[in-house]
Design a protein around this ligand. Sequence first.
Ligand code: ADP
Length: 493
Amino acid sequence: MNNFILSLDQGTTSSRTIVFDDVANIVSSSQLEFQQYFPQSGWVEHDPMEILSSQLWTLKEAMQKVKFTLGDKFTIGITNQRETVVAWNKKTGKPYYNAIVWQDTRTSNYCKELQGKGYSDLLKNKTGLVLDSYFSASKMNWIINNVPEAKIGLDNNELLFGTIDTWLIWNLTKGQSYVTDVSNASRTLLFNINSCQWDEELLSIFEIPLECLPEVKSSSDDFGFFEFNDQKIPINGVAGDQQAALFGQCCFEKGMAKNTYGTGCFMLMNTGDKKISSNNGLLTTIAWKINGKITYALEGSVFVAGSAIQWLRDGLQIIENASASEKLALEANPNNEVYVVPAFAGLGAPYWDMYARGGILGLTRDSGIAEITKATLDSLAYQTKDVLDAMMKDANIPLTSLQVDGGACANNYLMQFQSDILRTDIDRPICKESTALGVAFLAGLQANIWSLEDILKVRKTEKIFQPIMDEATAQAKYRKWNKAVSRIREWSE
Ligand code: ADP
């Protein structure tokens, strides 16, 4: 008899299913992109039915590739794009409106109004978040006030709201389970992360009745059953994508952090059982709840990371493809001190300067494409240090290790430089699918396939990068980076 864990990874641009065996090997996978809708400038929507059908399609396709035998056991984990909101009718199951995606900024003015009423501090204290259109609450409010059928549904007590996990589970269980997990709930601006409950005061600010919100469960829990091929498969793990990745990287101890090097960088640090408020514009969030115990995290992001490498390829056209940046960086003259600050649309944490703009600084006559490419890669490492330093200051916890994933972590030059600049080990795992793996771990815990100790043995390191550069040189380089950033601040004001 074998155990299989089906990880459903419902992302912003595609739905995926990855099937893991009970030693966390990938047995099969399937992926399907779906349509993005941009009805107006700043608006981003998905069709909830297409989210569901694409997810089910990948689930079926992935299962077809698995050679299983009678008696094999299955469990499901669900991880998802966070903050995105669906509203539907509980009798018909029909959505009232498209899913409003996390990137959608249609409620910016409404959020500014609430800021004007002085709610920012209250919201930060209760939810760990900032009052921004990014999070779910203002999107729910928009639906109630702008979609007449939804308002009627609300008045008739037929409207249900959910983040994507809730929408998927409600459908997979044929309407039996109306649930979410703490990590997803903690991204709505409606969930009190101190009491771990929906908060009456927050609900009244955003005019959302409690009845149209799901029950909040632990991240490893019993979420209901999905009937497939005459089997009732339990759904046992749920987490938002970034929290799932933190778990998949086995950052179980306080001070452990992961960084995902994708289009942008997403960093999360485990801060243990203490909620830590940030003075540097980072977010406080619930990482997971297991066996009644909550683990908190600090979260920060870098807006421009892998996309700066795309700019080298498509904008400047000085590299063929992203991976060519590594060879070029190694060929660069190490004495040429060029700095690229890719603040194309301002700077995020810890600067929060929307008027900053990008710059190439320190050019000399012998600076060429190799040096500019190297400096662009370096900027990913410096920006990561900016955010991690802020996290360590907020948390007063030293960084014990950095686990990495995402497309650009394949770059060995970058990872070595990251280790040099951070003065810490960089741990790159064999399985780069941290998000899907994380929720497989969460589901496997509840299904008694694994204990936490087993999981630690299952995660395998591919390579550890350790600091090679001498510390004084690394510090001098980082000081120069700070100088470069100071020159491009408030540029477009
Ligand atoms: P996302 O999930 O945000 O789409 P991915 O994790 O798929 O991102 O990573 C893709 C990003 O990583 C791209 O922006 C690309 O430029 C960058 N990237 C991919 N491979 C490399 C590499 N070898 N070196 C540097 N950057 C890379």
